[in-house]
Structure formats: C-alpha cells, structure tokens
Write a new protein. Structure first.
Length: 269
C-alpha cells in the first residue's frame, strides 16, 4: 500500500475581488503546508476571486489556462505540493463554478465544473457541469472532486465511491444556517461511501453571505480527523490507505449493495 497522503485544508475567504491578494495568501498557506509535510493543499470554493462577486463575475472569470492557473502553478512548483483551487471559469460564452487541480510540477492534473448550482446567485451566472466524476492520482491515492452543494446529493458521492475515489476533495462556500452539513452530513458521506472527504469552507461575512467555516477531513470510519473553527485556519491531516483498506473490509457497503432494488419502483397499493 502507498504511504499516507498528508493533506492541508486552507479555510479562507481571502479578499473578495482581489485576485493578487488571494494569490499572496495562497502562497503563504502553501509555504506553511509544505513545511508541515503536506503533499496536497485544498482551498475553498471560488477561492481565487471570492464568492460574493455580484455583477463582477463575468469580469473576473477566466479560462482554465488563464493567468490564475499560471500563478497557482508557480506556487505549486515553488513549494513542491499539489494545489486544488476554486475559481469562476469562462468557457466560450459560458461561465462555470469550477475547481482545478495543479500538480507539484505545475501541470494541470484535473478540472471539474460544479454540477449542482445553489441559490439565485449561482443559477444567474453559472452553467452546471455535466461530468459527475472527475479523478486524478496523487502519490498512489485516487482523488475525486465535487463542489459544495454537490456533496449534499448522495448519488454524487456514491458515484465516486463506485469509481474508486479514495479522497474526495470538496471546496465549499457553506453558509449559515446550514452548518449541519459540515458537522453531520460530510462525516456520514465519508462513512457510507468508505472514503475520505476533505471539505474546505470559506469563513466569515462576505456580502450577504455568512460562511460558517467548520472545514474538516472526515475518514471512512466516520471520524473527523481534523476540524476547523469559524475563522481563517490551515488544517493538516493524514489520508491513510491502510485505514481505508481496513475500513472497507469491515464495512462492505459497496459489495453488499443490491442496485437491482434501487430503480424507482411502481408504488404498491
């Protein structure tokens, strides 16, 4: 089995609309994460630009290979760790709420567009993605990606489990009064699907949104390995393949499934 993957979760809202400042904060977080031995750093939803952008979304959106990507790639190379960052993506005439994984050598490893949009703000500006499962390999660990509201749909996480995801990365902008998602839903998702979940939130007030923090790394046994408070914070936790294998053997949910029963049946009178 591969060795554990030390993973850093950067709970921060940065400075909304100030991309250069957010990159500086990311660089500092990457330096701290690398010093702690992390091989992967995960940021919050829309980290690069901020979430509460209003009408500035089109002006701040950029293509997947835009200047934000090149700046993050340089940070990843400088500190020799992979980075997952959230940003508003421009693809032709469409805008997406996207995340991109950059390897420690600065290459793009994977790209995911949020498939389930939440609230009037997101539905006004963004087009949902149409690929449920996007994965990449890092140090022998299979990574998967979702964004915020996506993880609240059990079908999404189960699709990742069936595809072999070991560590599900979930940048989020989870707000009051839905903190029970961070506190309860995420650990349950990890347990019922026998994978790790890195759930990385924004923190504090941003426009009309009050982000609750509470980022966490939840394990396949349902235990929360690391938990943030309500302010800006950098967490570091271990993704242990040995624990993953033992937990999957002890809790064979995927093996014991009976998918033939789960299609929507005709109601019985």
């Amino acid at each position: 089995m591969p060795s554990s993957l030390r993973t850093a979760l950067f709970q921060s809202s940065g400075r909304p609309g100030a991309v250069d400042t957010n990159l500086e904060l990311l660089d500092a977080a990457a330096r701290r994460a690398a010093a702690a031995g992390a091989r992967l750093l995960v940021t919050s939803e829309m980290y690069l630009t901020g979430y509460a952008l209003g009408d500035r979304v089109p002006a701040l959106a950029e293509p997947a290979d835009g200047p934000g990507f090149h700046a993050v790639a340089e940070i990843a190379r400088r500190h020799a760790l992979a980075v997952l960052y959230g940003y508003p993506e421009r693809s032709g005439e469409l805008l997406h709420n996207s995340v991109q994984l950059v390897g420690a050598d600065g290459t793009a490893l994977a790209h995911y567009r949020k498939t389930h949009l939440f609230g009037d703000f997101e539905r006004r500006w963004f087009t949902p993605g149409d690929h449920a499962v996007v994965q990449a390999e890092l140090d022998g660990v299979r990574l998967g990606m979702l964004v915020c509201y996506d993880v609240e749909f059990p079908e999404n996480v189960r699709a990742h489990a069936l595809a072999g995801t070991d560590l599900l990365l979930v940048p989020t902008a989870q707000m009051h009064p839905y903190q029970f998602v961070a506190e309860s839903v995420v650990p349950v998702r990890a347990f019922e699907n026998q994978l790790y979940v890195a759930y990385v939130n924004r923190a504090g007030q941003e426009g009309a949104f009050e982000f609750v923090g509470l980022s966490c790394l939840a394990g396949p046994d349902g235990a929360v390995r690391s938990r943030a408070g309500r302010g800006e914070e950098l967490l570091v936790g271990e993704v242990d393949p040995d624990l993953l294998a033992a937990s999957r053997a002890a809790n064979p949910y995927l093996f014991d499934r009976r998918p033939d029963l789960y299609a929507a049946p005709s109601p019985r009178g």
